[in-house]
Design a protein around this ligand. Structure first.
Ligand code: ZN
Length: 239
């Protein structure tokens, strides 16, 4: 079983007209429902409204992969929660950061860079698989289109990705590194650009396949409970 927690700031749900129609259970509910299509995924949700943002030690210890959707209230996530999530990522918990989560505290912390980009509304996006052998690209065609997405453009202020899986092109002329993998100690991180709150990207089969593939790729290979620097006696005696 793969244990997944889907986290959402849950702000637009309370303030943006039309959200209830598009996402009756919130963005977290929509994303969780997609992941629950996989029989071996056990999925829970957490939001910024929960005590400790719903990300207690107990929850994170019981999470293999954390999905993150945030946009306008990044700075309201307490640093103590970000530190806790960061520790779990370094120990091996997977992290999937969606769309405007590029500016979340946790993504900027794992990247160590500003994660800035350029943007504007309403473009058609064509997503190219640039790494067809990558596990996150399995089951996908060479490219697919999203009729309407918020355009994110380069330069994207991230460190050089360890693996680039998707490159986005927009019919308004921009390109963007839309699917990027990073390794941080034992943890695997995947950033995926589509997923604007008023667009329908969530309901495109290829996007849903990518969520599922990303969960499997980010799953811990080895999770260590504590990162330490133990004394190691010399292995050989040297004269
Ligand atoms: Zn957006």
């Amino acid at each position: 079983m793969l244990r997944i927690t889907v986290w959402n700031e849950n702000f637009h749900e309370k303030h943006l007209p039309g959200m209830k129609e598009r996402h009756p259970e919130g963005l977290h509910g929509t994303i969780a429902a997609i992941l629950r299509q996989e029989e071996d995924f056990v999925v829970r949700t957490a939001t910024q409204d929960d005590p400790e943002c719903g990300l207690t030690e107990e929850v994170l210890n019981d999470t293999d992969v954390l999905f993150w959707w945030g946009h306008v209230t990044h700075n309201d996530v307490p640093d103590s929660v970000v530190e806790r999530v960061h520790n779990h990522v370094l120990q091996g918990m997977g992290l999937v950061v969606l769309h405007s989560g590029h500016f979340s505290k946790i993504f900027r912390k794992v990247c160590g860079t500003p994660c800035n980009l350029t943007w504007h509304d309403d473009s058609k996006e064509r997503l190219f698989v640039v790494n067809p052998g990558h596990p996150i690209a399995q089951g996908l065609p060479p490219y697919f289109e999203i009729p309407n997405e918020e355009c994110y453009g380069e330069p994207f202020g991230i460190p050089e990705p360890d693996e680039l899986v998707f490159l986005g092109w927009y019919n308004t002329g921009e390109v963007f590194r839309s699917g990027c993998c990073f390794h941080r100690c034992n943890g695997r991180i995947f950033y995926f650009q589509p997923g604007h709150e008023t667009d329908s990207s969530f309901f495109i089969p290829e996007v849903q396949q990518i969520y599922k593939n990303a969960a499997r790729w980010c799953a811990p290979v080895k999770r260590v409970p504590e990162l330490t620097c133990p004394f190691q006696p010399p292995l050989e005696k040297v004269d």
